[in-house]
Design a protein around this ligand. Sequence first.
Ligand code: NOJ
Length: 559
Amino acid sequence: MTKQWWKEAVVYQIYPRSFKDSNGDGIGDINGIISKLDYLKELGIDVIWLSPVYQSPNDDNGYDISDYRGIMDEFGTMADWDRLLDEMHKRGLKLIMDLVVNHSSDEHAWFVESRKSKDNPYRDYYIWRDGKDGREPNNWESCFSGSAWKYDDATDQYFLHLFSQKQPDLNWENPKLREEVYSMMKFWLDKGIDGFRMDVINFISKVDGLPDAEAPEGRKYAPGGDYYMNGPKIHDYLQEMHEKALSGYNVMTVGEMPGVNVEEAKLYTAEDRNEVNMVFQFEHVDLDSGPGGKWDLRPMKMSALRDSFTKWQKGLEHEGWNSLYLNNHDQPRMVSRFGNDKEYRVESAKMLATFLHTLKGTPYIYQGEELGMTNVQFDSINDYEDIETLNMYREKVIENGEDHEKVMNSIHVKGRDNARTPIQWDETEHGGFTTGEPWLKVNPNYKEINAKQAMADPHSVFHYYRKLIALRKENPIMVYGSYELIMPDHDKIYAYSRHFEGETMIVMLNFSEGTPVFELPSEYESMADLLIGNYDTEAEGDIREVKLRPYEARVYVLK
Ligand code: NOJ
């Protein structure tokens, strides 16, 4: 396994709309980000993944792009963006941009042309089909509810949109479209960026013929993932993208890949295959979903989480590379989901951080995670902004008469706006995010949870992250060490060892409010030095048996 800068890096994701507003319009912007670079430098991260800042009508907050080479007016100008890159590079920070090329906006010039006529030169940039028996061309469901097809009367055909009706899917079968994408990628690479995060990149190759999927009982539309996730030409496309756009640049790539399994991930990330460096897999964020999908709530069981992470740690041990994340702009806040965001908020946020940073792979921190920010519960559906949430509510409650309270509860647990409330910078109005009216309400807990307070408190979640990130730089075992599970059947403790160049690290994580006892396997010598822990603990000691406190995390290096 080779050493690479992107394996040793810690990535921080910025969702620009919610990060920091500099001009009082209630929307985060590029100058706001620049004003916080020193904060991020202090945290110690190496790379920023910037969610889309391109021109967009914002049907899906920038994931619907109308000009891939222009900056969204609300976020600033290209000159602001150039300054951002410059200010980042001056501080030794790298920038990876979001590449959203499974679909564009319906307001992109290509689509405006494409929908005009069947013989328009841009027609084949998108996926157009005739209807079948007065219905859509197939029964696929959009990831944002309803049919994945929209009828367009200009040409009496339907176009495919796996996401919103304003996000038509691009046709990767068309070599001209592919060349356009590669040329656009080189435009940004030549500006000096350090890589791409690729949005649902394993959706770009659809199965020939776009066959109907099997619909669950009583449902009109069916999740069609089997026909577009990890499709037949996906590896060819990624290898071509590497050859024509990425090769020759020392950049990192991470592919967002819903529905990817370990075997496929090996193919995507094996170094000699030249596809992507790592993937975002979804297994661990699907564990609390039932057969009805993400809104069909199930309890999150630590044992399932442990099984899943262990499978990925072992699966990509020799080939490929893992990305490590517990939340992002699409997922609930990690402390609310995997920890306890009430009486043990600080302890459990630190425990989860310990987990994330002591696994093998590249850790991704989502903005506000370093403050232990939590989910939000707005009472009214009108306070929500996310298109996925709003479409789902309309379909379930308004069209199908499902129970409002039940659906609101699922939104409180799973909705994407949980992660999108503005960053809580201080205790002033709107958490210091904006001097205007924020586009999405600030979480009412901003007076207790905010960056100013966290930076002033040496015991805060923020300072714990700082320490973890610094430790990762000093201890290659945290990056490269192999992973072995300890106490594989315990229902509260998740523990593992890491091994590298003769050194052994032991990680103990208590995922409960109880006080279970960790037991070291007898093959190890038990005298150890504490590397980090989230409670006051002796710097060294015998760790044969350790009674853990609620949500306690300890990391030791054996003597
Ligand atoms: C995944 C992105 O992370 C999400 O925010 C977006 O809605 C979809 N892809 C569609 O682009």
